[in-house]
Design a protein around this ligand. Structure first.
Ligand SMILES: Cc1cc2nc3c(=O)[nH]c(=O)nc-3n(C[C@H](O)[C@H](O)[C@H](O)COP(=O)(O)OP(=O)(O)OC[C@H]3O[C@@H](n4cnc5c(N)ncnc54)[C@H](O)[C@@H]3O)c2cc1C
Length: 475
């Protein structure tokens, strides 16, 4: 397997080679925004070619033997490249790429290996919980830890944990949380909360330093008491009893987490008040479902690239399959569908970045973080519950409510549309390849197993359709 040859084949295809060809939508953006996004895209592509594609198959094999395996050299490279902190505020040393820039990077990484790409995606999901909290002191501290850890070569990763053994879809939607059978509870204790319960399928859960955890203070009233906490994985009572032996995205371990009276100090409560976590979850999903569309699109694009390599370098009846007009027609069809997918997820992430809470990333608050004395000011501000709550209300008025509903509708549409189309595209390319599609070296069967998962997480596609109806269609 020679990824250099794969890159060579792709670079001869204008629509795969450059950003202008790939995403005409971006050309309409103001110069500064376009530059920031182009830089993120270039960084993502460079990193994918140097660190993802070359190890995609070997990582897959290593994780097959040991689902807990994570390559420390890969994590270190991810940190040093700046990608682990790309979502952090520029005033603190991050890249401030927003949802769109982050998703461009994810598309690139997933074209190389969706498991390794999803590892960054799961970190971004945990980080989103920290970036969007009104606990400014905590947000500043964690962002600095992520940025400095990455620079030092000791990466600090995050995860997000809401799913429980008896509640998956039910904790992703307010309508279902009301009757969800949840097991994780947060009990008030002096100076904070004690968390007890189990979370399942948590991507990055086996090696993340911090886990954003949803828990109810009253299990009988989950919706009214669902609250978000930042759990330090080195805390007493935190354990990882098992890591799933998954079929797809093997390079991104998904773990079961046990919490036995894990103490979370008040300073690490992400919520403004007990019971506001579903509002926060809807904001995080508005940010993260568009990027899942990018993960799906990237995975299918990787399959298309590998198919082109196959169709160029092999021979059928003495000729390369790509000379066959039927194959050319099928390839054009796949390019058309994936370009439409990209436009769909870019519409969703752009809505979040410009209309929704993402607009905050460019706002005055984030610039203030970088000023001298900002640490102290943020600390004093965050210690007042009343001020934090008032800020929460102001932001909710500006970016939440109906605005976030509209953004979430776009995000759910993109997540569902891209994952369904991407799976169908990979399946069709495999049909065209015939038995060779099952040879691991070509990477097509891996892409199919990988992309299947994008229909399931971040809310199953059925749940995303219901969300699209509720937030974007229902009068
Ligand atoms: C690879 C992978 C990584 C994951 N990573 C994370 C992570 O990092 N953090 C995390 O918290 N979770 C994670 N998850 C969990 C994921 O979010 C859940 O699997 C998902 O929400 C579905 O929940 P469930 O598996 O319990 O299925 P269920 O909710 O039991 O759903 C089973 C089926 O019933 C359907 N269904 C359920 N309720 C309804 C309804 N009301 N109306 C119509 N249809 C319905 C669903 O669409 C689905 O087809 C991950 C899952 C996978 C597979």
């Amino acid at each position: 397997v020679n990824p250099e040859r794969l890159f060579e084949v792709c670079d001869r295809v204008p629509l795969l080679r450059d950003l202008d060809g790939l995403a005409p939508v971006l050309r309409a953006l103001p110069n500064a925004d376009r530059k920031r996004l182009e830089n993120a895209w270039r960084l993502g592509r460079r990193f994918a070619r140097a660190h993802v594609s070359p190890i995609a198959l070997s990582q897959e094999a290593a994780m097959h033997d040991d689902p807990r395996h994570v390559d420390p050299a890969f994590l270190e490279a991810l940190g040093r490249s700046g990608l682990l902190s790309m979502g952090c505020f520029p005033s603190l040393g991050g890249l401030g790429v927003g949802a769109t820039g982050g998703a461009l990077v994810l598309e690139e990484l997933c074209a190389g290996c969706a498991g390794l790409g999803n590892l960054l995606g799961a970190h971004q999901l945990g980080l989103a919980g920290v970036l969007l909290t009104r606990n400014l002191e905590l947000s500043r501290r964690i962002q600095l830890e992520v940025i400095e850890g990455a620079r030092r070569g000791t990466p600090v990763l995050l995860a997000a944990a809401v799913t429980e053994p008896q509640a998956g879809s039910d904790v992703e939607d307010a309508r279902f949380l009301r009757t969800a059978r949840i097991c994780t509870t947060a009990t008030r204790v002096p100076g904070g909360y004690a968390l007890t319960g189990t979370k399942v399928f948590i991507s990055n859960g086996s090696f993340a330093r911090y886990v954003v955890v949803g828990a109810a203070t009253d299990r009988k009233r989950p919706l009214e008491t669902w609250t978000m906490f930042l759990v330090d994985a080195t805390s007493e009572g935190f354990s990882v009893p098992r890591v799933e032996d998954k079929m797809g995205m093997k390079a991104n371990p998904a773990a079961e987490l046990h919490l036995q009276e894990v103490f979370v100090p008040d300073a690490q409560v992400l919520s403004d008040r007990v019971g506001d976590a579903m509002e926060a979850t809807e904001v995080v999903l508005a940010a993260s479902r568009g990027p899942v569309g990018a993960i799906a699109t990237g995975t299918a694009r990787g399959a298309l690239e590998r198919f082109l390599w196959f169709a160029t370098d092999t021979r059928r009846a003495g000729r390369p399959p790509i000379d066959d007009p039927a194959i050319q027609d099928a390839v054009a069809g796949a390019v058309q569908e994936l370009t439409a997918c990209r436009a769909t997820w870019i519409a969703a992430t752009t809505a979040f970045d410009r209309l929704g809470f993402g607009a905050l990333g460019r706002g005055a608050v984030t610039r203030l973080y970088g000023l001298p004395g900002a640490g102290l000011a943020v600390r004093l501000f965050s210690r007042s519950d009343a001020r934090r709550q008032r800020l929460g209300e102001l932001l909710q008025e500006r970016y939440g409510g109906r605005t976030n509903d509209r953004v979430l509708a776009h995000a759910s549409l993109a997540k569902r549309a891209c994952s369904d189309v991407a799976l169908a595209v990979v399946g069709r390319l495999m049909d065209l390849m015939g038995p060779a599609a099952l040879e691991p070296e070509w990477g097509l069967e891996k892409a199919w197993r990988d992309v299947k998962l994008t229909q399931i997480y971040e809310g199953t596609n059925q749940l995303n359709r219901l969300c699209l109806y509720e937030k974007g269609v229902a009068p």
